[in-house]
Write a protein that binds this ligand. Structure first.
Ligand SMILES: Cc1cc2nc3c(=O)[nH]c(=O)nc-3n(C[C@H](O)[C@H](O)[C@H](O)COP(=O)(O)OP(=O)(O)OC[C@H]3O[C@@H](n4cnc5c(N)ncnc54)[C@H](O)[C@@H]3O)c2cc1C
Ligand code: SF4
Length: 570
């Protein structure tokens, strides 16, 4: 029997990158918020620069809930299961995965909001890939722009603007949509390697620029500037220069006195009043005990897989197929960013990439989104080319031998000794679309230690994604060769398994027949249930998701605060 606690205005399930942002506008609006977080607080002592600990053995957090519920994967409904990874990509802790993410903080491109209408307008309806369920977002970039700016300022983002109110600045991304103001901090500095690559891009006539990062390039909000020592690609920052929500928006929300945080508490169910069909609160397990936390409004912010899982697990007479799933849309329109088909290069000289961090790099967006004319190609979308400075010893020794040496023995050792600082792998994020046969559901067999089914991913990259992959691999090879590379290795597509960039499953849109939440992130079927995170996004664009998911979370929270009585009281 669950212990029933005193009620609150809003419960946020998960205080990660997006829940940790939404708490701030709600608390500032005077609402009482309880954040129920599966993980614990982490401190600088949890963040040693230890590659073995962080990158090889998993993460330093005390609570490893995510690792007990790693989704299963199969390529299609009749395919066998793919091998299941031993480590879940995401973090349990206050601040969630923003504690140890790379912190690249991109806005989406205007095209990403209007893929269907812009493709039809420019190339014809027949260019929408067969079987894709892609829809235009219910609004354009201009609607999200003020929220992007709020998050950039409250979290703290470094970068160089490329388009302020239509005035193009070639030091930044000339393809970005108009913004009202520049970034609150200048960009992270380049390195010898990123400067060399930016020069090569310019010689090709391409536009290279420093990417935006939620990392302090100077003292910001009384937190130190980054000192570029690295080891934070899957590690936290010991000096709080990386702006996770644990050091930015969450403490600001706590300072209002309106946010209370319950840590090491795993929500297992969202409860419903069968009579009204409204949510009444959540049940969670903490220290082996079950509690019921009543709330006027529940916001799910537990990352795409857990958002979908909690909805599907919360069955009731009013919602026999899972909460907010009477139209069968929960789990559909799933996609994960296509990051396979990598490109690595070998240089005949040292590139000095021993220091630095993955968010410190040079980007080329000439081949992203619809930034180039697609009339002569047979796909839509594209890829962001990103090269960066970050090399750790174990990673270096794992280098590709580019067919020039065996993978063992003394010939391998001498090749690695000579070339460990002469190679680089680009990070290329490509447009990925939703398709009717890519979806999430509950695994019929595999369960977590509490006995609840884990998420099953049924998904594969389709022709459009594979064509983008081949196209941008050509462009990346061209870029590396221009910079002096003497050998190139192209990686395979890989499988669409558990991902750090998982989208959809609770898609946002005006049409309640094809979307779970409305344009403000509230359920079409349950008016006092909101969903935060990339699970509401119907397109990925060619850039990392977090800043967009955070801007959407702020917008949902803002909408809730402005419309409190109609949402909370029905
Ligand atoms: C190594 C790495 C690098 C990345 N780099 C970037 C990058 O450079 N740029 C970028 O944009 N994105 C990046 N990402 C992705 C980014 O981390 C995610 O987009 C972002 O964290 C998602 O935010 P979220 O709040 O939805 O999930 P999270 O930040 O993971 O937060 C979810 C929270 O919910 C909690 N939770 C889960 N289940 C429950 C439950 N049942 N009850 C209570 N609490 C629960 C978790 O403990 C967690 O704290 C990276 C990810 C990884 C792993
Ligand atoms: S490189 Fe910068 S952000 Fe990363 S841990 Fe060091 S100081 Fe922090």
């Amino acid at each position: 029997m669950a212990t029933s606690l005193s009620g609150t205005d809003v419960v946020i399930v998960g205080l990660g990158a997006v829940g940790g942002v939404a708490a701030l506008p709600l608390a500032r609006a005077g609402l009482d918020v309880i954040g129920i977080e599966a993980g614990s607080w982490l401190t600088a002592r949890d963040f040693p620069p230890d590659e073995l600990r962080n990158n090889v053995r998993g993460w330093p957090q005390a609570v490893q809930k995510a690792n007990t519920e790693i989704p299963t994967h199969r390529r299609n409904a009749s395919a066998p299961y793919s091998p299941r990874p031993s480590v879940h990509p995401m973090m349990n802790g206050v601040g969630g995965t923003s504690v140890h993410y790379w912190a690249q903080s991109w806005r989406l491109n205007p095209w990403d909001f209007k893929v269907v209408s812009e493709t039809r307008r420019r190339y014809g309806a027949h260019r929408i890939p067969h079987g894709s369920t892609v829809e235009d977002w219910p609004f354009g970039l201009e609607e999200l722009e003020p929220y992007y700016e709020l998050v950039e300022r409250e979290v703290g983002v470094s970068g160089q603007a490329g388009n302020i109110d239509g005035a193009i600045d070639a030091r930044g991304n000339i393809f970005e949509g108009p913004r009202k103001r520049g970034y609150p901090m200048p960009p992270l500095r380049g390195s010898e390697f990123t400067d060399m690559m930016a020069g090569a891009a310019r010689r090709l006539g391409w536009h290279a620029f420093p990417g935006p990062a939620a990392i302090n390039s100077q003292t910001y909000d009384q937190r130190a500037a980054c000192f570029y020592h690295g080891y934070c690609a899957r590690g936290g920052c010991p000096i709080d220069a990386k702006n996770s929500t644990a050091v930015s928006t969450i403490p600001k929300a706590q300072a209002t006195g309106r946010l209370k945080i319950t840590t090491q508490a795993a929500v297992t169910r969202v409860e419903v009043d069968e009579r009204t069909g409204r949510v009444t609160g959540v049940t969670y397990i903490r220290g082996g005990q079950e509690y019921f936390q009543p709330a006027e409004v529940v916001l799910l912010a537990s990352y795409t897989y857990e958002n979908v899982r909690l909805l599907l697990l919360s069955k009731s007479r009013a919602f026999p197929s899972g909460l907010s799933n009477n139209r069968g849309q929960v789990g559909r329109h799933y996609l994960s960013h296509f990051q396979g088909m990598s490109v690595s290069a070998l240089f005949p000289f040292n590139v000095n990439a021993w220091y630095g961090l993955p968010a410190q790099g040079a980007a080329v967006d000439n081949w992203a989104d619809d930034n180039f004319d697609h009339s002569g190609v047979d796909f839509i979308g594209g890829g962001n080319l990103w090269i960066y400075s970050d090399r750790r010893p174990i990673q270096a020794a794992n280098m590709n031998t580019f067919g020039k040496a065996p993978n063992w023995g003394s010939a391998w050792k001498s090749f690695v000794r000579e070339n460990a600082d002469r190679w680089n792998t680009a990070y290329i994020q490509k447009t990925t679309l939703p398709y009717e046969d890519n979806f999430l559901d509950l695994d019929p067999v595999v369960k977590d230690p509490l006995g609840f089914p884990v998420i099953r991913i049924t998904a594969d990259y389709k022709e459009n994604e594979l064509k983008i992959g081949a196209f941008v691999q050509d462009r990346m090879e061209q870029w590396y060769r221009e910079a002096g590379a003497i050998a190139i290795d192209r990686g395979p597509a890989g499988i669409m398994g558990p991902s750090t960039h998982a989208y959809g499953g609770t898609r946002m849109g005006d049409n309640r027949e094809t979307n779970v939440v409305n344009r403000f992130g509230f359920s079409h079927e349950v008016p006092n249930l909101g969903v935060l995170g990339a699970s509401v996004m119907g397109t990925s664009g060619a850039h990392n998701p977090t800043l967009t998911a955070q801007a959407l979370a702020w917008r949902t929270a803002d909408h809730l605060a402005r419309n409190w009585s109609s949402i909370a009281n029905g």
